[in-house]
Design a protein around this ligand. Structure first.
Ligand code: PDD
Length: 284
C-alpha cells in the first residue's frame, strides 16, 4: 500500500507530495510540528498536543492552517488512508511559501503537511535492559519551549549519540545541569526516592508524555521535585529514565561511562512505564 500524505489541501502518494521551494519551512525552518502517538487507531493525548500546537503557533505569531475541527478530521483521514493502527501521526505547519525575505511575508498562507506511519513499540531489549545516554553541551537556541522544526542542534546531538552507541544525548547547560534529550525529556530518581525533572521553562520542550507521567506521579503519590539536576547528580541517582511520544517511558542505565546504580532499570521507572502504557491505551 503506498503511503499517503496530506499536503496543502490534497491527499497524495508520498512520491508526489511536495512543497514549494520557497516554502519558509524549507528556507528558514519557519514552522512548528507535533508528533502524536496512535494506539489502536486513535490519538493519544490529542488535546494536549493541540494545546501545545496552538502555543507554538502563537509564540511564532503564525496563523493556524485551518480550524481545529477540520485539522482533527485531516489527522484521522491520514491515519485511516495509511491503515495505521499503532504508530504516529506527524503534522507540520509552516508560514507558507513566499519570495525569500527574513521578515514575515504579507500574504503567505500557512502550509500544512500531515503524514502517518505504523511503528513497532520501542525496542524491547532497551525497555527490558535500559538504554545509555551521553551528555553534550547545550548548543540550541533560547526558545526550546517552542516545538519548532528548527532542530539542527537536536540532529547533531542525536548523531553524536548514534556514533557513541548510545540511545540519546542529554544537553547540559552552562551551570552543568541537564536540560533535556535531543527528542526526549530527562528524569532521575534520587537515592531517597524523589522523582526529579526540570521544570518547564524556555530551555526545554513541555513534553506531552512528561505531563502524562507527572499526572501518574501525583495519582500514585510519589514524591516529586521539578528542578534542574546536574550530570553528577544523575550519575549518582538511584534510577534514571526518559520520556517521549515515541519512546514512552524508557529506563536509562548508563550516563557517559557511569552505570546508573547497579546498571539495571529501576523499579519506580518500571511502575511508571507500565502505568503510562495503560494511560496511552485508555485515553486513546
Ligand atoms: N520529540 N524534548 C524534545 C526536544 C522533543 O523533540 C520531544 C519530542 C520531547 C518529548 O515530547 P513528547 O512527550 O510530547 O513527545 C522532549 C518528538 C517525539 C520528535 O521530535 O520526534
Amino acid at each position: 500500500m503506498s503511503r499517503i500524505a496530506y499536503v496543502a489541501g490534497h491527499y497524495l502518494p508520498h512520491a508526489q507530495a511536495a512543497v514549494h521551494i520557497e516554502d519558509r519551512g524549507f528556507q528558514f525552518a519557519d514552522g512548528v510540528y507535533e508528533v502524536i502517538a496512535v494506539v489502536g487507531g486513535r490519538l493519544v493525548d490529542e488535546e494536549r498536543h493541540m494545546v501545545r500546537l496552538h502555543r507554538s503557533l502563537s509564540e511564532l505569531r503564525m496563523a493556524p492552517p485551518m480550524g481545529d475541527t477540520a485539522l482533527r478530521v485531516v489527522l484521522r483521514e491520514v491515519i485511516r488512508r495509511n491503515g495505521v493502527v499503532n504508530g504516529i501521526v506527524y503534522l507540520q505547519v509552516t508560514r507558507g511559501a513566499a519570495p525569500r525575505d527574513h521578515a514575515f511575508p504579507k500574504s503567505a498562507r500557512p502550509t500544512l503537511v500531515v503524514t502517518s506511519r505504523g511503528s513497532k513499540p520501542p525496542n524491547q531489549r532497551l525497555v527490558r535492559e535500559g538504554c545509555s545516554v551521553i551528555t553534550i553541551p547545550e548548543i540550541r537556541w533560547a526558545r526550546c519551549d517552542i516545538k519548532s522544526v528548527a532542530l539542527l542542534g537536536n540532529v547533531l546531538g542525536k548523531q553524536l549519540a548514534r556514533e557513541a552507541g548510545a540511545y540519546e544525548a542529554w544537553f547540559v547547560d552552562h551551570d552543568g545541569n541537564v536540560t533535556e534529550g535531543t527528542s526526549t525529556n530527562a528524569w532521575i530518581v534520587t537515592a531517597d526516592g524523589e522523582v526529579v525533572t526540570r521544570k518547564t521553562d524556555n530551555a526545554i520542550l513541555s513534553g506531552v508524555t512528561r505531563l502524562a507521567v507527572l499526572d501518574l506521579i501525583h495519582r500514585e503519590g510519589y514524591r516529586l521535585s521539578e528542578r534542574p539536576f546536574s550530570v553528577d547528580e544523575a550519575k549518582r541517582a538511584r534510577e534514571a529514565f526518559l520520556t517521549s511520544t515515541t519512546a514512552a517511558v524508557m529506563p536509562v542505565v548508563r550516563i557517559d561511562d557511569a552505570a546508573v546504580a547497579n546498571g539495571n532499570p529501576g523499579s519506580l521507572t518500571e511502575k511508571l512505564r507500565v502505568a503510562y502504557l495503560g494511560h496511552a491505551a485508555a485515553t486513546a
